[in-house]
Write a protein that binds this ligand. Structure first.
Ligand code: URP
Ligand code: ZN
Ligand code: ZN
Length: 465
């Protein structure tokens, strides 16, 4: 099957130019001006006049079917990747979980079983490490070889995923030997738990107090600490879902002194604030960790994206229904399952707030949602680029179409939207995953099981720093 995407403006992280893209099978076969005029033939021609043609977006932080907070994140690999495709995202990297006392192998196998035959677009895995010991350290090497080269550890969630400094440092030393990457959820969990218990004891049990308990300084302190540990181990480190200017300052200082420190933020920290958590139990819809912050943090994060102190925008997609899941925490905010839906909305929100909002260029937008993650997570140039030989993960994107985000219209399997009623400018018209059209003008045309495992390489972080 040959598909010609004609008359569009090709937008990449490096630049934009008018041009056509010829797709042959699963790959990009040719680029150029007026390919049809030059005699190129195709089975189908997609007219991209007035539209952008961008590399399929990549979301490197999702949690499909995550067991968490006494329940499971609602989207499966089928529903979650389908929703991703509607939003122009053609690859996800999800977090497989090593449960306490089990092996990394068992956790990874379980995630392969959830995704294989179900995903609609391509997927890779990072590994959440709950235990750091001689066995799991040895297993890390094997996972790197199998295309799962990153490991998430937590300074938060004592008793669940929490690792102490010794465990974190040992895991970092191991990546110094095997080339992997440590990803850190950096909040001081033990300190947060003390503040949270005090608030509950004082009768402050509404979801708002989830946000109050998790001080920005607790994120800043943990971020600085794990970066310093990485410097001591002489390895790169990647801070996930960075929300507070305190943490951003730690990353910026580290980068200024030449550290291999990288970080992502998420749309919720750019568009939502602590105010959204204030409406009684409705605030449970916005309970995630780190929490939403006051608006001045948002401004700092946008600046961080402009200045490359933040290199990636991912979603941390972890959806729980308001009715039946979030309400496990009625009467005690500590029991609200942590996580927000978002895999479908990231690309459009960033286009609207970033490009339309005049904060950065369309090329930087592509970099943040596609090319940057592809480079940092060992998928480039197969993913995240529009070059001959790359996977034909492509989006024909209308930069002028507006849409209103709503739970009724979205495709994520969750009963509310964090952005209900928000109008965004920019939307995906046609989405191709490895050469197949999976979404066309609001209709799903893909297939469950089309998505394949992405075996990723360890990146050259020193070069990317
Ligand atoms: O609240 C969140 N972020 N839930 C998902 C798990 C995690 O920490 O990323
Ligand atoms: Zn986390
Ligand atoms: Zn997460």
């Amino acid at each position: 099957m040959r598909t010609l995407i004609a008359n569009g403006t090709i937008v990449t992280a490096d630049g934009s130019y008018p041009g056509d893209v010829l797709v042959d099978g699963e790959r990009i076969a040719q680029l150029g001006a007026d390919l049809a005029g030059a005699g190129v033939t195709a089975d189908e021609t997609i007219d991209a006049s007035g539209k952008y043609v961008i590399p399929g977006a990549i979301d490197v932080h999702t949690h499909m079917e995550l067991p968490f907070g006494g329940t499971f994140a609602k989207d499966t690999f089928e529903s979650g990747t389908r929703a991703a495709a509607f939003g122009g995202t053609t690859s996800i990297v999800d977090f497989a979980v090593q449960s306490r006392g089990s092996s990394l192998r068992d956790g990874l196998d379980a995630w392969h079983a959830k995704a294989a035959g179900n995903a609609v677009v391509d997927y890779g895995f990072h590994m959440i490490m709950s235990d750091v010991n001689d066995d799991t350290l040895a297993e890390m090497d094997r996972l790197v070889e199998e295309g799962v080269p990153d490991f998430k550890l937590f300074t938060a969630y004592p008793g669940v995923f929490f690792s102490d400094d010794a465990a974190i440092f040992r895991a970092m030393q191991q990546t110094g030997k095997n080339g992997g990457l440590i990803m850190m959820h950096a909040e001081n969990g033990p300190a947060i738990d003390i503040v949270a218990a005090d608030l509950v004891a004082a009768g402050k049990t509404d979801p708002l107090y989830h946000g109050i308990a998790r001080y920005p300084v607790f994120e800043g302190e943990a971020t600085n600490r794990v970066i310093r540990l990485a410097e001591a181990a002489q390895v790169p480190v990647y801070i996930v879902h960075l929300s507070a200017s305190d943490a951003l300052n730690a990353v910026r200082d580290a980068r200024d002194r030449g550290s291999m420190a990288f970080a992502e933020t998420c749309p919720q920290y750019l568009f939502l604030s602590l105010d959204d958590m204030g409406n009684g139990f409705e605030g449970a819809k916005f309970v995630c960790s780190p929490p939403l912050r006051t608006p001045e943090h948002q401004d700092q994060l946008w600046t961080g994206l402009q200045k490359d102190d933040l290199q990636v925008v991912s979603t941390d997609h972890c959806p729980f229904d308001f009715h039946g899941q979030k309400d496990l925490g009625r009467g005690d905010f500590r029991k609200v399952p942590n996580g927000l839906p978002g895999v479908e909305d990231r690309v459009d929100l960033l286009h609207d707030g970033g490009v339309v909002g005049g904060r950065f260029s369309r090329e930087r937008w592509v970099d943040l949602v596609s090319t940057g993650p592809a480079k940092l997570f060992g998928m480039y140039p197969r993913k995240g680029s529009i070059t001959v030989g790359a996977d034909a993960d492509l989006v024909v994107y209308d930069p002028n179409r507006t849409r209103v985000i709503s739970a009724e219209a979205h495709h994520m399997d969750v009963d509310y939207s964090c952005y209900e009623g928000r109008s965004v400018q920019g939307a995906s018209d046609v989405v191709l995953s490895r050469g197949s059209v999976v979404v066309r003008n609001g209709e799903f045309t893909g297939r469950k099981g089309h998505g394949q495992f992405i075996r990723r390489a360890a990146a050259d972080y020193a070069r990317l720093a």
